[in-house]
Write a protein that binds this ligand. Structure first.
Ligand code: RP5
Length: 171
C-alpha cells in the first residue's frame, strides 16, 4: 500500500481516491493543502477493487495521527462511507463527477449514510475537493495557530480578489 507524501513533517491529512481517474478532481484538495503548508499523504484505494487494503488503511489512520481523511470517489462511491465504518478519524467525502449521471450518483451514495456512521459531504467535483481541504484546515486551525493564520490570510486574499475585480459593485 504505497502513499505519496508532501509537505513538511508527518502527514496530518490523508487524501484517498477510488481511482487514478479521480486525480484531476482531487488535485484541487492537494493544491489547497500545499498552499496552506499542511503536510498530507495521498493514496488510491478502492472500496470495490481493493476492499482489504481499504479496511487495513482505515484501521491504521488513527495510528498515523491523521486529523481527518478526505475521500473522493465517483459513481457507486462507497469509499468514504466504508472508511468511516472502519475508523474514528473524521471522513470528508468528495463526490467525483461521473460520466453517466454527472455526479448525482456519487453525491447520493456519499451523503445518504445511515444514522450512526457520519461522513461530511461536500459539493460535486472541483469545488467539493477544494472545500474539503479548506474544511480540514479549519479543523486543524482549532489547535494550530500557524494553520489559523494561513487560513485567515487565504480568506483575506480571496476577499481582496473580489474587491479588486473591475466589475465589483461595492454598494
Ligand atoms: C470509482 O469508480 C472511482 O472513484 C471512480 O470515480 C470511478 C471510475 O473508476 P475508473 O473506472 O475510472 O477507474 O470507484
Amino acid at each position: 500500500m504505497r502513499a505519496v507524501t508532501d509537505g513538511r513533517g508527518a502527514p496530518r491529512v490523508g487524501v484517498v481516491m477510488g481511482s487514478r481517474s479521480d486525480f484531476e478532481t482531487m488535485a484541487g484538495a492537494l493544491d489547497v493543502l500545499r498552499d496552506l503548508d499542511i503536510a498530507y499523504e495521498v493514496r488510491v484505494l478502492s472500496a470495490h477493487r481493493t476492499p482489504h487494503l481499504l479496511a487495513r488503511y482505515a484501521a491504521r489512520a488513527e495510528r498515523l495521527n491523521l486529523s481527518c481523511l478526505i475521500a473522493g470517489a465517483g459513481g457507486a462511491a462507497h469509499l468514504p462511507g466504508m472508511l468511516a465504518a472502519f475508523t474514528r478519524v473524521p471522513v470528508l467525502g468528495v463526490p467525483v463527477q461521473s460520466r453517466a449521471l454527472s455526479g448525482q450518483d456519487s453525491l447520493l451514495s456519499i451523503v445518504q449514510m445511515p444514522a450512526g456512521v457520519p461522513v461530511a459531504t461536500f459539493a460535486i467535483g472541483a469545488a467539493g475537493a477544494r472545500n474539503a481541504a479548506l474544511f480540514a484546515a479549519a479543523l486543524l486551525a482549532t489547535t494550530d495557530p500557524g494553520v489559523r493564520e494561513r487560513l485567515d490570510t487565504f480568506r483575506q486574499a480571496q476577499t481582496q480578489a473580489v474587491l479588486e475585480d473591475p466589475y465589483f459593485d461595492g454598494h
